[in-house]
Design a binder for this molecule. Sequence first.
Ligand SMILES: *[C@@H]1O[C@H](CO)[C@@H](O)[C@H](O)[C@H]1NC(C)=O
Ligand SMILES: *[C@@H]1O[C@H](CO)[C@@H](O)[C@H](O)[C@H]1NC(C)=O
Length: 201
Amino acid sequence: MSQLNGGLVDFSQSSLYFSALAIAFNPTFWNIIARQEYHNKTLTRLFNGNSLRACYALALTIFGLGLFRDALYERALRHQPFIPAFHHPYIAYVLLTIGNTLVLTSYYALGLTGTFLGDYFGILMDEPVTGFPFNVTSAPMYWGSTTSFLGTSLLYGRPAGALLTIQVFVVYLAALQFEDPFTSKIYAKRDKEEKEEKKAK
Ligand SMILES: *[C@@H]1O[C@H](CO)[C@@H](O)[C@H](O)[C@H]1NC(C)=O
Ligand SMILES: *[C@@H]1O[C@H](CO)[C@@H](O)[C@H](O)[C@H]1NC(C)=O
């Protein structure tokens, strides 16, 4: 065991890989489902044409997967070597407060359908949200979550958590490259249609 050799991360723990798998799986899952919905109304069909109900179902699923991922992360941390030099509860609380504030205020600003991919269901927001926390960062949900992952690793004193946090960061960065242009396209299409409607009147 690398732990006994003074290693910072114990790579022999399968819980580490389960956690990494969940971190990679979640955004992949919701992007595949959301694009299916956008192109073919797959979820809306499943809910007899009720887009709102379909979006709520996806929201609940994504939320549940998020809780599961967090549980796997904490379990992975408990299986890892405790490194006193990496144990910083006060910094951890600051990071957790910042992270959770960003996540919770962006839920509040976007609402349920805005948070959980409503635009892919044709449930669009009237105007882009520009107030806090979106005036601090363009993706407060993702960067808040990443900050909380880092905070948790410092709370537990497990460097393995920092490694998984880097993975979270990379996964969200990749997700944004994929999601942002698509969302912009959805809204550009709506704006164009609205303009044409006005012209027709
Ligand atoms: C969309 O879904 C319908 C019904 O399930 C199916 O017949 C059709 O082939 C699908 N189209 C695409 C592009 O996936
Ligand atoms: C962001 O907006 C809030 C109000 O919604 C404001 O109080 C805050 O100062 C703004 N922050 C920045 C960095 O602009």
